[in-house]
Design a binder for this molecule. Structure first.
Ligand SMILES: [Zn+2]
Length: 192
């Protein structure tokens, strides 16, 4: 005699959703791909700035170079390789135009990056740990009026050095958001 299986639920049949395939008219597709192909780097066009990712870079009149309308950086172009390189920056950053966007081509100096990261970690860790060690070795008298001071001082030391390191790294890697904010701040200070 077979025993009925308790709590057996028949498998639910979920109807498969029928997703209609996207139909792109052949003519439209052809014109789109043609547009993509023709978007090569040339002095007659303007492109999104690869540094600030906010302004447009366009040809500087009578010069084989581009300039950004927002951050004012200047780029020399190599139209054969479809690349641009920034000329007024401490770092020799360069990008290749892919037809739709920029691709970073520069390999930044690994020794310089190592120095930046080493200095950054020392700047964050060393002052904070000295202040923390002092607070630990010479703790304030319990219940005294200034007993909160070492902790606040430690937080301030840590926070200020973290800001400094953030600036150093943003400057080193030319982070677009940082570059755009710096330009806005400069404009705002110039206006007021
Ligand atoms: Zn720019």
């Amino acid at each position: 005699m077979t025993q009925p299986i308790p709590d057996w639920n028949p498998p639910q049949v979920v109807p498969a959703k029928v997703v209609p395939a996207k139909v792109v008219p052949a003519k439209l597709e052809a014109s789109l791909s043609a547009k993509r192909e023709t978007q090569s780097l040339s002095y007659h066009d303007s492109y999104l700035c690869p540094i600030c990712r906010h302004g447009q870079i366009a040809e500087l009149t009578l010069m084989d170079a581009f300039a950004c309308s927002f951050c004012r950086h200047i780029f020399t172009a190599n139209l054969q390789n479809q690349t641009v390189q920034v000329v007024d920056s401490a770092q020799p950053l360069s990008w290749r135009w892919t037809g739709r966007g920029w691709q970073s081509t520069h390999r930044d100096d690994p020794s310089l990056s190592a120095v930046v990261w080493f200095v950054s970690s020392v700047l964050v860790l060393l002052p904070g740990s000295i202040v923390g060690l002092m607070a630990y070795l010479f703790p304030p008298l319990p219940g005294s009026l200034w007993s909160w001071f070492p902790m606040v001082w430690l937080a301030c030391t840590f926070g200020v050095h973290l800001l400094m390191v953030g600036w150093l790294i943003a400057e080193h890697y030319q982070i677009p958001l940082y570059v755009a904010s710096r330009v806005r701040l400069r404009d705002w200070l110039g206006r007021s």
